[in-house]
Design a binder for this molecule. Structure first.
Ligand code: F6P
Length: 541
């Protein structure tokens, strides 16, 4: 039996349209010289060009009708007004309240008052750190800050601190996420504990990796500054009691709330390392950029709505063309962490196989999201994008203006970015490849032998997102764009974008295996592979 989604007339209409329409990008461009103008959306500092996609005016109309049929407008209202959209955890997902400039009521209370209070605390703390007024236990000003956190307590701040490096102040900000001792050693190597402050960022304050790393860093700090090592810590958490229990003073605990999902939390106090690195004004500018995108998402008609269009294109390829992967290719080295950030945002949010109501889905949800910066990727995996057997829709991201003073470098970046999307779209026909080789003077037998290798199928869809420049505002808008894209897709697919039960099983098993690794006798409580691996690494085989 087909699900509510796939039996919708709007879904069926799209399936018919897909079956009966020829989507040839070269032909679509040839037929309409206005295609770029018709298929671009500007919003604030961002421009989305989605003209190199399998879409006609009819496709966009049908996709928008699907969004209507799934009540995307209603769900957006529910999201932003604090309804408990996270049904399995009975919570709202109010990250938009973190950047709102109007009251947002939750259980008869305006939560933005709490946001303003913590923002003021963040400003005081980051200003004091950046000015050198806040000193460590031995009276020296701090020079380095380590953010200890993982997942949503790491990826967003790490992305922003790197992306906004041209705005950075005097403090060096480091990120320690992996429980791998090599990561811990690499971060603290070369740092002076007397001038280092650690921020323990954990919504739950119970994450094994973060607490293990925090304890190791505490021992390292205590070894240098003795029992006053607490003065070298701050905490960001929704579990104030546990942070207090760890020994962090209340004045150094920055609270956020269970209505902020971990992977949507960089707008909360989880953004403290951003404020420390680039200043609170820049952090607030990021929030403003995000708010502009929130307002656009909540009000623009679906066909002119940047996150909605991106969401619908994802559904179009995933569910109607069977494309199981999506690439994110920033032509900006400062956005090199963006694919990692999006992997959590997209795959932890929408990597689900049952609906909000618990019904198994009979359609595909989240694709594999991956990517790396151009031009590096061009010399690594683009071969597959151009000539491989799988078609991978991709987002190319580039800035009009760079922050560096090497204009020729930027021109080469832009040229490569646009060349790749053109090449993916146009490809190279056998006739074109033959003519090219003949013009080079190759003998005709050689031309025919090489021909199959020189043909590019083309017709490979891409979006291009252009930012004016990688400013705090533009970065905020870019991140919010993808947050809303993910939410819009979750509404189409009918899944809960705000829980992550799929991470639990592995955590529980790791807790069970940890003591077994240390045991003296061979382990028998698992399958033979798991038993064997535990015994082998523990030297019991
Ligand atoms: O294991 C997944 C997860 O719960 C993410 O959703 C979250 O961002 C990350 O772990 C870290 O959690 P916390 O901030 O509670 O330490």
């Amino acid at each position: 039996m087909s699900s509510t989604l796939t039996s919708l007339p709007a879904w069926q209409a799209l399936a018919d349209h897909q079956r009966t329409t020829r989507f040839d990008l070269r032909e679509l461009f040839a037929a309409n010289p206005q295609r770029f103008e018709r298929h671009t959306i500007s919003q604030g500092e961002l421009l989305l060009d989605y003209s190199k996609h399998y879409v006609t005016a009819e496709t966009m109309r049908l996709l928008a009708a699907l969004a209507e049929a799934r009540d995307l407008r209603g769900w957006t209202r529910r999201l932003m007004s604090g309804e408990r959209v996270n049904v399995t955890e009975d919570r709202p997902a109010l990250h938009t309240a973190l950047r709102a400039n109007r009251p947002v009521m939750l259980d008869a209370r305006d939560v933005t008052q709490d946001v303003v209070r913590v923002r003021a605390q963040m400003r005081r703390f980051s200003d004091a750190l950046r000015s050198g007024a806040l000193k460590g236990a031995t009276g020296r000003a701090f020079t380095d800050v380590i953010n200890i956190g993982i997942g949503g307590s790491d990826l967003g701040p790490a992305l922003a601190v790197e992306a906004l490096a041209p705005y950075a102040g005097p403090l060096r900000v480091h990120f320690m996420s992996n429980v791998d001792g090599a990561h811990v050693e690499a971060v603290i190597k070369g740092l002076d504990p007397e001038t280092t402050l650690a921020i323990v960022a954990s919504k739950t304050f119970s994450t094994q990796e973060t607490l293990t790393n925090a304890n190791t860093v505490r021992a390292w700090l205590a070894n240098a500054v003795g029992e006053r090592s607490g003065e070298h810590f701050a905490a960001v958490t929704a579990n104030v009691k546990a942070a207090h229990g760890f020994g962090i003073d209340d004045s150094r605990i920055f609270e956020f709330w269970d209505w902020v999902g971990g992977r949507y939390s960089l707008w909360s106090a989880v953004g403290l390392p951003i404020a420390v690195a680039v200043g609170m004004d820049a952090f607030e500018a990021m929030c403003e950029g995000a708010r502009g995108m929130d307002e656009h998402f909540a009000s623009a008609p679906f066909e002119r709505n940047m996150p909605v269009v991106m969401a619908l294109l994802g559904v179009w390829y995933g569910d109607f063309f069977g494309r199981g992967a999506h690439a994110v290719l920033p032509y900006d080295m400062r956005l090199k962490r963006f694919p990692d950030y999006l992997q959590q945002l997209e795959m932890e949010s929408n990597g689900k196989r049952v609906t909000r109501e618990g019904e198994p889905v009979d359609y595909d949800t989240c694709p594999v999201v991956w990517g790396a910066p151009g031009t590096n990727g061009q010399h690594a995996f683009y071969q597959m994008l151009h000539q491989g057997t799988q078609i991978v829709p991709a987002d190319f991201i580039v800035c009009c203006k760079p922050h560096h003073a090497l204009p020729q470098h930027h021109a080469i970046m832009l040229a490569n970015c646009f060349a790749q999307t053109e090449a993916l779209m146009r490809g190279k026909t056998p006739e074109e490849a033959r003519a090219e080789m003949t013009a080079q003077g190759l003998p005709s037998a050689e031309v025919e032998r090489l021909l199959p290798h020189k043909v590019f199928p083309g017709n490979r869809p891409t979006s291009t997102l252009v930012l004016d420049a990688l400013t705090p505002r533009a970065l905020g808008a870019l991140i919010a764009l993808y947050e809303h894209k993910v939410f819009a897709q979750s509404v189409i697919w009918g899944v809960n974008a705000f829980d992550q039960w799929g991470v639990e099983l592995g955590k529980k098993l790791a807790d069970r295996i940890l003591p077994e690794l240390a045991g003296a006798s061979p382990v028998t409580s698992h399958d033979s592979s798991t038993n064997g691996l535990i015994d082998y690494t523990g030297g019991k085989r």
